[in-house]
Ligand binder design. Structure first.
Ligand code: GLN
Length: 555
């Protein structure tokens, strides 16, 4: 985040109008603020506006990388290697653009930089206080992100819910920005409108309280997104808008939908982007149609069903969490299936259950067209995952392994094809005689010093694909760039032997030292990557590995 250089270009950049839309949540969490932020963003972009989106998370963790997946859901990795909240993934998918690390901050990040600056006398001996120094740091980070993306409009999603202690200083930052630039800052309140079963009618009172809380922070909503099971009706729209001095069209109906990709279409019908641009006085006219309308038709098409078994272990609070933990993987599978005109059916297979019932492997995979093993860490469920790989390899079921799923493929091959019964990863068996997967060199010192935060091999790295391989054919390119998040790697000591057995290293780092992707010869589709292709899949740009996988599964 270096200082802008004094060129004539940056001088005009500094004069450029930078507008900010804060998105805050009322009543309760989990109403999809991220999707609201991303949906408004994509519609603004369709009106020719340069948009970026940011997330501010209220927790003390400096990033999302050290959190347990069942705590936090999937960790999304940016191109430049930041471990963030999954909302950043939603922004990338909806905006169809990369979101850099400067677009993400937590309370921890903010405090850390303020304290570090204080320690280096950066405040010149002044008393450093929560207010104004924390909000000022937040504002300078928002400014930095706006400059980095050269954005006209920046969507800033404030994590947490109004009334919480945790996000007060973020709201204070928003208030300060609005005070200094009243014409350039808007606030969108995403609030929940319950429809209690006993009453059968939508209640607006909790939202009225949320508005009051927002007012207490010195802020007023410019737009209210009414999240509910149902679309808010005109009577209630009028009531709510009157309540806070808005026009009825400033209350947006946002009922539950069966796919998040239908949200932009709903907002388009209500002219949300046009309304916002008018409020900002931009004089821009939005196009009549949105590409998301056509996309919704693809989703609803009743094509051939394709059933994919996702073998994972993060089930502890039910199916809901699983969906959350493997969010990008599930999205990537859907993007590919829709692109091929198919209907994706995603089935969870619990690797721990599989491990306990090895004799029932066939039952677990009955009717499954393709097996996917996503990323993972640690011991739990590993034997189950290895059973799944063996099944896919032997029964010639299409297989896609991602990160841990690639490491499992290598271990399974070493055990059951090369006959090294104790082959493993040193992540779970440090003393194995056959460490087919081992700690990367650069990681050793970090582990000795328990330096875990943000120290994995993270973000974009290039990979060279070997001619004649399936991977090369699918990508149609020799050099690819993919995002990573791992500490362990394929041990090159076993490369030759495994290749001799038919497990080809179809791609490696440019110096050929790190194996990045493997595939089985003589198998209809068996590909396993050390990287995470799921981070690059987008609704309008499905990922070639996922498209290849679904195509094979459809056969
Ligand atoms: N646990 C493995 C590693 O650290 C795989 C990580 C992952 O699947 N993201 O290398």
């Amino acid at each position: 985040m270096g200082k802008p250089q004094k060129t004539s270009k940056s001088r005009t950049a500094r004069q450029k109008r930078r507008m900010t839309i804060f998105v805050v949540g009322g009543v309760m969490s989990g109403v999809g603020k991220g999707v609201v932020t991303a949906s408004i963003g994509t519609l603004l972009k369709e009106c020719g506006i340069n948009v970026t989106a940011m997330k501010i998370d209220p927790y003390i963790n400096v990033d999302a990388g050290t959190m347990n997946p069942t705590e936090h859901g999937e960790v999304f990795v940016t191109k430049d290697g930041m471990e963030t909240d999954q909302d950043i993934g939603n922004y990338e998918r909806f905006l169809n653009q990369d979101i850099p690390r400067v677009n993400y901050m937590t309370t921890g990040t903010v405090y850390k930089s303020v304290i570090e600056r204080e320690r280096s006398l950066g405040y010149g001996g002044k008393t450093v206080e929560a207010v104004p120094h924390i909000p000022l740091e937040i504002i300078s980070r928002i400014r930095a992100a706006q400059e980095a993306s050269d954005a006209d409009i920046t969507m800033v999603e404030i994590g947490g819910t109004l009334g919480e202690y945790q996000n007060v200083l973020f709201l204070e930052a928003a208030r300060m920005m609005k005070r200094d630039h009243p014409k350039d800052v808007l606030t969108v309140l995403v609030s929940y409108m319950p429809v209690p079963a006993t009453l059968g009618e939508m209640k607006t009172k909790p939202t009225q309280y949320a508005i009051k809380l927002l007012n207490e922070s010195g802020m007023f909503p410019d737009l209210i997104v009414a999240r509910s099971t149902h679309a808010i009706d005109d009577v209630r729209k009028a009531k709510l808008s009157r309540n806070c001095g808005l026009n009825p069209e400033d209350v947006v109906a946002a009922p539950d939908v069966d796919s998040i990709y239908k949200v932009p279409t709903d907002y388009k019908k209500q002219k949300v982007a046009q309304n916002i641009l008018n409020k900002l006085g931009l004089g821009v006219k939005c196009p009549a149609k949105s590409k998301w309308g056509e996309f919704a038709k693809k989703i609803d098409k009743d094509g051939k069903h394709v059933k994919i078994g996702v073998v994972g272990k993060y089930f502890s609070t039910g199916d809901f969490v699983l969906g959350d933990v493997y969010l990008c993987v599930l999205e990537a599978l859907k993007h590919a299936a829709w692109d091929l005109g198919a209907k994706p059916e995603l089935v969870w297979i619990n690797s721990e259950e599989l491990e306990k019932n090895p004799k029932n492997v066939n039952k677990f995979f009955k009717g499954i067209d393709g097996i996917l093993i996503p990323g993972g860490f640690g011991n739990r469920g590993v034997e189950g995952k290895l059973l799944a790989v063996k099944y896919a390899r032997e029964k010639k079921v299409p297989y896609l392994g991602l990160c841990y799923g690639m490491q499992m493929a290598a271990i399974e091959a070493a055990r059951n094809v090369l006959g090294y019964k104790d082959a493993s990863t040193t992540e779970i068996s440090p003393d194995t005689k056959h460490p087919v997967i081992h700690l990367m060199n650069e990681q050793e010192e970090k582990m000795i010093n328990t330096n875990y935060g943000g120290t994995m091999r993270l973000g974009d790295y290039p990979c060279v694909l070997k001619d004649g391989t399936l991977a090369r054919k699918l990508y149609g390119n020799e050099i690819i760039v993919e995002r990573h998040r791992h500490r362990y790697e394929f041990n090159p000591k076993y490369r030759k032997e495994l290749e001799g057995a038919g497990l080809i290293a179809s791609g490696a780092s440019p110096n050929d030292k790190l194996v990045e992707i493997v595939e089985w010869k003589n198998h209809p589709f068996f590909i396993a990557a050390q990287f995470h292709p799921e981070f690059l899949s987008r609704p309008f740009k499905p990922h070639p590995l996922f498209v290849g996988f679904i195509k094979a599964a459809l056969k």
